[in-house]
Ligand binder design. Structure first.
Ligand code: DGL
Length: 263
């Protein structure tokens, strides 16, 4: 099984990409809907939740884990990679690689949760690939709750986005990284506000392709993964908003399975 987790339904944008790129592989997803959002919590709490999520996925037979949450990856990704025996992939490096390649001026904007932006991980990784780059970061703490609520086309969401994106526009970025797996659900509102000349980076497909390559390079791991297309989408709480957002992401009615994660 390929294990994927996020603080809620946003990471399903990554799971959908994995379904698309590796349709025969079995997937187990966990969305911590009961405890979302992670982005405004402390690094200690985010790390604790992330370990619990990995333990759950492993208990269900995951042989490789994708941390489909920038917040968990930025705070705990490195520790998880050291602590667990299975390969742990994340969503930040593929987004950084895409952004550095896409940007002509080297002026790159990053939006993410408070925890992701405070970790400075995007700035460090972008500058490691292009030392001449200028990174402009904007925490957007209200966006994850709006997505979890399904407010994907409301006037209030548009107003909040305008407020968050204005400084990045003023800095003249030519590339904007969606540094949170919830944000692709708002890209139809983000793109027009940034202008056509700004490239908007969503790493979900890049992550799925990186996973495919990893499996090609590691045939014994690939061999050990079931190829029966079985899928389980677990959540720690089933809400109406989570169900409708999940169905919107996949374009089909989703059967979310409830699971309690130990506190
Ligand atoms: N999808 C998560 C991310 O990529 C959202 C984190 C949160 O719950 O705040 O950062």
């Amino acid at each position: 099984m390929i294990g994927i987790f996020d603080s809620g339904v946003g990471g399903m944008t990554v799971a959908r990409a994995v379904e698309e790129v590796l349709p025969e592989r079995s997937i187990i997803y966990f969305g911590d809907v009961a405890r979302t959002p992670y982005g405004s919590k402390s690094p200690t709490t985010i790390s604790h939740y992330s370990r619990q999520n990995c333990d759950f996925l492993l208990s269900k037979g995951a042989k490789i884990i994708i941390v489909a949450c920038n917040t968990a990856a930025s705070v705990a990704g490195h520790h998880l990679q050291q602590e667990y025996d299975v390969p742990i992939m994340e969503v930040i490096s593929p987004a950084v690689a895409q952004a550095v390649q896409a940007s002509v001026s080297g002026r790159i904007g990053v939006i993410g949760t408070r925890a992701t932006i405070n970790s400075n991980i995007y700035e460090r990784e972008i500058c490691a690939l292009n030392p001449a780059a200028r990174v402009f970061s904007q925490p957007c703490p209200l966006l994850v709750p709006l997505v979890e609520e399904g407010w994907l086309a409301k006037r209030e969401t548009a107003m909040i986005l305008r407020r968050y994106l204005h400084p990045l526009r003023s800095h003249g970025v030519d590339t904007l990284v969606l540094g949170c797996t919830h944000y692709p659900l708002l890209s139809h509102m983000i793109k027009p506000r940034m202008g056509r000349q700004v490239k908007v980076i969503d790493s979900s497909l890049a992550v799925a392709h990186e996973l495919k390559k990893y499996l090609t390079d590691h045939p014994s791991l690939a061999e050990s993964l079931a190829k029966d297309g079985e899928r389980h989408y677990y959540v720690s709480d089933i809400t109406e908003a989570a169900m409708s957002t999940a169905s919107r992401i996949f374009g089909r009615k989703m059967n979310l399975e409830l699971v309690q994660i130990a506190q």
